[in-house]
Each structure stands twice: as structure tokens, then as C-alpha cells.
Write a protein that binds this ligand. Structure first.
Ligand code: UDX
Ligand code: UDX
Length: 445
């Protein structure tokens, strides 16, 4: 099928590339000329494992191209996807400016009947407005129907998720339009759930709100485990083996970040308020998460009394591993608090440093190698569980630090990993491990 995608961000680009991989002819449109120039040269503007290779393959096969021009991009297309951002506005609601701009451009430029497929996360009722805007701007005697087809892609594994997702949700109040989107997606071989427009819009928010709830819940149990000498890893395993609970998304840590959970939970609270409904639970999920982001700073303050003048290395700045995305990353809150406390902050990330420089306080110093960060530090904070960071932190802190002290916000190690090391190790929801004194005393005897 001939498909256009509007917006080549994390979601739009992955969607376009994967639809071309299953055989569709895809044109990706973006208003940002620099991005399109890069894409035409085969360079991905974002870091996403496997994306560039798949993009190249399908460009060479003639199934994938890029343009800033709506007239060219929308000509003869049977389906047009909207995948522009829906950032959080000041009052917490989703900002729909880009979605509505895309809808107007679709109306002005389509040359045949189309299905407009909304990938962007939008409040319940938005797709009906999208359709009105498309229809109000038509230039030709053509028609458009709308389908909500929310994305469930995780950054860092978005390609894999596209081909192995649990379900594809297709919400439409027009059967024919829903059928076309089902046909487009059939080659993925993933179960398809057909729903009404409003249900599909709600499914996206409900899914993200539920996952965020799971994370805040396990983080509260972790905080309580610290105060009761329980071990959160064991607790999570024990509850996760109950299939009614499930073992995924039970990793305690320094909270959720990224482009979706923070803004979608806020937006759902806003949607509730607009309907005079007080979503108590979700508001608590959000406040637990805010508090959790700076848990390591509190632990360090308790340990040292003051952080003034302490050299602290932040290992991992992106909101999760395998991405260069800094949106709502815990490192932002952590770096700010540490600077306020008068600490010297050294930042290291394998991929996200350039993006980090745009959002972290200017006082942060950056290094290119993990060993540099650890050599310069008196204290190490692990904020993102990149493979390299998990593999190297213990070895290097033991090698290069006079008195290794690691605060681990992602519970990267078990007691066995620490057994033969001289280290002070403080993690989340587990007892502190202090091997230093015992070994030093033992050596003195
Ligand atoms: C997506 C979804 O669209 C959002 O609703 C979901 O909740 C998270 O994922 P994302 O892909 O992360 O957003 O957005 P971003 O990386 O900001 O990319 C949006 C792209 O759309 C940018 O390349 C921007 O240049 C482009 N854009 C924006 C347009 O082409 N036209 C516009 O009018 C506005
Ligand atoms: C999320 C959703 O998973 C995806 O379905 C949706 O469409 C987009 O938003 P993403 O934000 O890319 O994906 O990453 P995800 O793996 O869900 O992680 C989000 C945040 O939660 C990260 O900061 C991660 O560190 C945190 N997290 C995740 C935990 O703290 N504990 C967990 O057990 C899982």
C-alpha cells in the first residue's frame, strides 16, 4: 500500500521504516529540513538499535523515501499516519498543536480518499477533531476517515517491538477504514484488537498509566523493604511468579522517565479533571515517581552529612539504556540537586552526552570514557543500566578509587557480584553492603 508518515521522530521514523520492511511504499514527511537531509543520506537523527540498517535496506529497495514537501509526500497515498509529538503543555494537558497542524496539511494536500491513522498519543475525542479538520481543509472532492492506532514501542527496542509486539490496537468507528489499517498491519503477524475510536485512545493512556503504577508500586515496596530488611529483588521475584501479577516492570529504581510515562500520566490526570473525576491513584503514582528520582541524593546526604565539594560521577544520563533520549531522565533532577548541594558533578553516557549538554545544568563536566569519570570521582552514582556501565563500574571503581563508594539507582549487582570486592555499595530496596571496613580490619590483623 502507498503510505505517508508525518513526523520522523522516535515513533514516526520507526513506524515508517518497519512498514516499508513489510512491503509497503512509504514516504516520511517532516517539517525539519535538516532531519530530512540527514535521512536522505541514510543517517538516522536518533539512536535506535537496528534502525539505520533497516532504513538503508528499504531505501535501496525503493520502498522508503523522505521529504519536507506535503504536496509530494501526500500525493496518491491511501493511508496517512500522524506521528508528530504531543508534548506536555504547561497545565499538564497534551499539546495538540502539531497534530492539528498535520490534520490541516493532510486536508489541503490529499489527492484521493485516505485513511488518517493517528499514532501520536492523543486525549479521548481528538481523532474526531482530526477528521473534522481534515474534511474542513479539503481542496479536492475526496474523503477521509480516521483510525486510532496507538504505538506501544519502547525506545531502545522499538524495532524489535514493532515485529514482536503483544497486540496491535485498531480503533475506528468506520469499519472500512479499520479494515484497511488491519490489512496494512497483517504482515506483522501480531494479534489485532479492533475497538471503537474512544476505546483505542483510552487504551494507550490506560496502558502507560498502569505500567507507571506498577513501577511506582514496586518503588514504594522497595522503600519499605529498606526499612524492614527485606530484599526488593527477592520480593519482586516472589510476587512476579504469580501470573496474575506478572514478572515484568517490577524493577525498583530511581523512577520512570522518558517521552511517554511522565507526560501521559499527567495528561490522563488532566483528562480526568476535565470530566470532574479525581484520579487519586494516578496522582499518587506521579508524586511517588517525583520523589523517587532523587532518592540517591538523599541517601548520599545521609551517608556523608554534606555533599559540598564532593566529586560525584553520574554514570548513565539517558532516561534508559540503548537510547540517546534525555526527556524526563532522572539524571536531570539528580544533577540539579547535586549542584545545589555544592557537589562537583562529572557526567558520562555512552551515547547521550550531546543531548545531555542541552538539558543538564551547565556546571556538569563531561568525560568520554567511563574510566575517566570513575578516576576523577570520590563517589559514583549509577543512573542508567547501560551494558557497559554494568560491566565496568565495579572493576574500575575497585581499580581507580581510593575508597570505592557506589550508589546504584538501578540495582545492577547482586551480593555475589560484590563478594570479593572492597566496596561500599548502596542500592535500592536492599541492605547496604560495606565490605571495606571488614577487609581493611582483616588486613591489619
Ligand atoms: C511520539 C508520539 O507522536 C507521541 O504522541 C507519543 O506519546 C510519543 O512518541 P516522538 O516520536 O517521540 O512522539 O516525537 P518527536 O521525537 O518529538 O518527533 C516528532 C517529529 O514530528 C519531529 O521530527 C518533528 O520535526 C515532526 N513534526 C512536528 C512535523 O513533521 N510536523 C509538525 O507539524 C510537528
Ligand atoms: C514506554 C512504554 O513501555 C511503551 O509501550 C510506550 O508506547 C512508550 O513508553 P519507553 O518510555 O520507551 O516505553 O521505555 P520503558 O522501557 O517503558 O521504560 C520507561 C521508564 O520506566 C524508564 O525510565 C525505565 O527506566 C523505567 N522502568 C521500566 C523502571 O523503572 N522499572 C521497570 O521495571 C521498567
Amino acid at each position: 500500500m502507498k503510505i505517508a508518515i508525518i513526523g520522523t521522530g522516535y515513533v514516526g521514523l520507526v513506524t515508517g521504516v518497519c512498514l516499508s520492511e513489510i512491503g509497503h511504499e512509504v514516504t516520511c514527511i517532516d517539517i525539519n529540513p535538516e532531519k530530512i537531509e540527514q535521512l536522505k543520506k541514510g543517517i538516522s537523527p536518533i539512536y535506535e538499535p537496528g534502525l539505520e540498517e533497516l532504513m538503508e535496506k528499504n531505501r535501496e529497495a525503493g520502498r522508503l523515501d523522505f521529504t519536507t514537501n506535503y504536496i509530494i509526500g501526500l500525493k496518491d497515498k491511501e493511508a496517512v499516519y500522524i506521528a508528530v509529538g504531543t508534548p506536555q503543555s504547561e497545565d499538564g494537558a497534551a499539546d495538540l498543536t502539531y497534530v492539528f497542524n498535520a490534520a490541516r496539511s493532510i486536508g489541503q494536500n490529499i489527492t484521493r480518499d485516505v485513511v488518517v491513522v493517528t499514532k501520536s498519543t492523543v486525549p479521548i475525542g481528538t481523532n474526531a477533531k482530526v477528521r473534522q479538520l481534515v474534511m474542513a481543509n479539503l481542496q479536492d472532492n475526496v474523503c477521509a476517515e480516521v483510525v486510532s492506532n496507538p504505538e506501544f514501542l519502547r525506545e531502545g527496542s522499538a524495532i524489535e517491538d514493532s515485529f514482536n509486539g503483544d497486540r496491535i490496537v485498531i480503533g475506528s468507528d468506520h469499519k472500512g477504514a479499520g479494515d484497511i489499517v488491519a490489512e496494512i498491519n497483517e504482515p506483522f503477524g501480531i494479534p489485532i484488537l479492533r475497538t471503537s475510536l474512544h476505546s483505542a485512545e483510552m487504551i494507550k493512556y490506560a496502558a502507560n498509566a498502569f505500567l507507571a503504577t506498577k513501577i511506582s508500586f514496586i518503588n514504594e515496596i522497595a522503600n519499605l523493604s529498606e526499612r524492614t530488611n527485606a530484599n526488593i529483588e527477592e520480593v519482586a521475584r516472589g510476587i512476579g511468579m504469580d501470573t496474575r501479577i506478572g514478572n515484568k516492570f517490577l524493577n525498583a529504581g530511581i523512577g520512570y522517565g522518558g517521552s511517554c510515562f511522565p507526560k501521559d500520566t499527567q495528561a490522563l490526570v488532566k483528562i480526568s479533571e476535565e470530566r470532574d473525576y479525581d484520579f487519586h491513584l494516578l496522582k499518587s503514582v506521579i508524586s511517588v515517581n517525583e520523589n523517587q528520582k532523587t532518592a540517591l541524593v538523599r541517601k548520599a546526604k545521609e551517608r556523608f552529612g554534606t555533599l559540598h565539594g564532593k566529586k560525584i560521577a553520574l554514570l548513565g544520563l539517558a532516561f534508559k539504556p540503548e537510547t540517546d533520549d534525555m526527556r524526563e531522565a532522572a539524571s536531570i533532577s539528580v544533577a540539579r540537586e547535586l549542584i545545589e548541594e555544592g557537589a562537583e558533578v562529572i557526567g558520562y553516557d555512552p551515547i547521550a552526552t550531546e543531548n545531555a549538554k542541552k538539558v543538564l545544568p551547565e556546571e556538569v563536566q563531561y568525560v568520554d570514557q567511563i574510566e575517566e569519570a570513575i578516576k576523577q570521582a570520590e563517589v559514583v552514582f549509577i543512573l542508567t543500566e547501560w551494558k557497559e556501565i554494568v560491566e565496568k563500574t565495579l572493576i574500575f571503581s575497585n581499580l581507580f578509587m581510593e575508597k570505592p563508594i557506589v550508589f546504584d539507582g538501578r540495582n545492577c549487582y547482586s551480593n555475589e557480584d560484590l563478594a570479593n570486592l572492597e566496596i561500599e555499595y548502596i542500592s535500592m530496596g536492599r541492605d547496604q553492603v560495606t565490605n571495606v571496613q571488614e577487609r581493611r580490619v582483616a588486613a591489619a590483623i
